[in-house]
Design a protein around this ligand. Structure first.
Ligand SMILES: [Zn+2]
Length: 113
């Protein structure tokens, strides 16, 4: 991995974490109350296959006739297409420890990389 790749990856991770924090501030109360219902047979709204699906409430904003309307839409997703929970998403983000970041910065300053 080049210096650029490392830098890019850590920058991405940092902004992903910032996003997650914004999410918490804006809507964690609502999302905590909402657990996906038990799976049942149905057609997935994303891949259109018949499968065990769960219902998910998604917020939708429509702009029509110059007026914005906000609504909640129920979508059915199979296990594969289901939106990941925040905890799972966070697990996907590569995390650099503080020590790794410091080492990276020090190396970069010294021009070692
Ligand atoms: Zn699907």
């Amino acid at each position: 991995m080049s210096l650029f790749d490392d830098h890019f990856a850590s920058k991405n991770a940092a902004s992903a974490r910032a996003w997650a924090m914004d999410d918490d501030k804006n809507g964690s109360k609502k999302e905590k109350r909402h657990e996906p219902a038990a799976p049942k047979m149905g057609v997935c709204d994303k891949c259109h296959r018949e499968a065990l699906v769960r219902s998910y409430r998604t917020r939708q904003t429509d702009l029509g006739n110059g007026a914005a309307s906000f609504g909640t839409v129920i979508k059915y997703f199979c296990e594969e297409c289901a939106p990941k929970s925040r905890r799972e998403r966070d697990a996907d983000v590569p995390q650099l420890s503080n020590k790794q970041v410091k080492n990276l910065m020090r190396s970069a300053k010294k021009g070692l990389l």
